[in-house]
Design a protein around this ligand. Structure first.
Ligand code: ADP
Length: 332
């Protein structure tokens, strides 16, 4: 009678699951003294469809330890299985998208690199022939012509700066990761040394707190600090400039702050300024290429940190960036 039951039960287990289920059952029944059996398999329902079931049973054994009966309960887990599978499919799609995005980013970076690299050569030609024209035909040129040449030379120079900045930007993404201990205090001191002539000439007041050691790429962190302090100096008002460099310690990160009392930024540009080529001023007012903060963002993000700004127009700006306290795990 029991084997009849067993026979009908086995017939309804999905053909692909049956051997695994029987093997598992036999092992527990015959080779162990366990009192508990459980398994997951597909089981044929009355409507002809297979359900995913989770089956549990309490094994009753006789005095010799032989399994004689089992009292069990079976639970239909088809819905759970389905959502599990959907989740898995979703995950796969997501992973695919991420990979595609990474690939297109890399392609874009490669394009920026190649374009900026290849543009340098023709630009050098333009500049040098303009200069030759000015030198060798100087007597034949009138003031107007000389002025036009000056404009053209100025344009070429500006383009050269753009190309070099773009190269720096795209290189920031392609260089190999090297994370080593970096003393932010000496990074700051190096930066201040670079700007020392202007700091002295423009009587800029500096407030500097001691800065901690972090993990990262020294050159990139130097560039980051240089761009932020360079901007603080550049976007000043006609009033005495004060720059404060500060650092706050949080649970698992440091938050650095570079504060100025310069012209400030309207809140609607807080995000925009971190995008390549986004500038808020015509070039004759404040010169620049609009790449500096995009480079900063890239550097900080490569260090697993964040960068953001708070500012009030006409009052000043504070640029914040965070860096993790522990060395970032190297990506494969
Ligand atoms: P660039 O200085 O070459 O224009 P950035 O990417 O460094 O490029 O900056 C983008 C824009 O953000 C600048 O054009 C300027 O309008 C604004 N900005 C950056 N730093 C400051 C600052 N400290 N104070 C006011 N505005 C700033």
């Amino acid at each position: 009678e029991a084997s009849q039951d067993n026979y009908f039960w086995v017939k309804r287990v999905h053909p692909e699951d049956v051997s695994k289920v029987i093997e598992n059952r036999n092992r527990i029944f015959l080779e162990t003294q366990d009192q508990y059996w459980e398994d997951e398999y597909r089981f044929l329902k009355a409507n002809g469809e297979y359900a995913h079931v989770y089956d549990r049973g309490y094994i009753i054994r006789n005095a010799e330890g032989k399994a004689v009966r089992m009292i069990g309960a079976s639970q239909d887990i088809s819905a759970m299985k389905r959502s599990e599978q959907q989740l898995q499919e979703l995950n796969t799609t997501l992973e695919q998208r991420a990979a595609e995005l990474a690939a297109s980013n890399t392609e874009l970076e490669r394009f920026a690199y190649v374009a900026s690299h290849d543009l340098q050569e023709p630009l050098r030609m333009v500049s040098s022939f303009l200069q030759l024209l000015e030198k060798q035909y100087n007597e034949k040129l009138d003031d107007k012509a000389r002025e036009y040449i000056q404009f053209a030379v100025g344009g070429a120079e500006r383009m050269k700066k753009l190309i070099l900045d773009l190269l720096t930007y795209s290189r920031t993404g392609t260089e190999k990761e090297v994370f080593l201990p970096v003393d932010m205090q000496s990074v700051l001191e190096n930066t201040l040394q670079i700007f020392a002539p202007r700091i002295e000439k423009e009587a800029i007041t500096l407030w500097v707190k001691p800065l901690p050691r972090v993990y990262g790429n020294q050159m990139q962190l130097q560039q980051l600090m240089q761009n932020l302090i360079g901007n603080a100096i550049k976007y000043r008002k006609d009033q005495p400039l004060e720059i404060t460099v500060d650092c706050m310690e949080e649970a698992d990160r440091y938050v650095f702050a570079v504060r100025d009392n310069g012209i400030g930024i309207s809140q609607r540009y807080f995000e925009k300024i971190f995008i390549v080529f986004q500038r808020l001023h015509p070039n004759n007012q404040y010169t620049g290429t609009g790449i500096g903060l995009a480079i900063c963002k890239k550097i900080v993000e490569r260090h697993y940190g964040q960068i953001w700004v708070t500012s009030t127009e006409g009052v000043g700006s504070t640029f914040y960036f965070s860096l993790p306290k522990t060395p970032p795990e190297k990506k494969a």
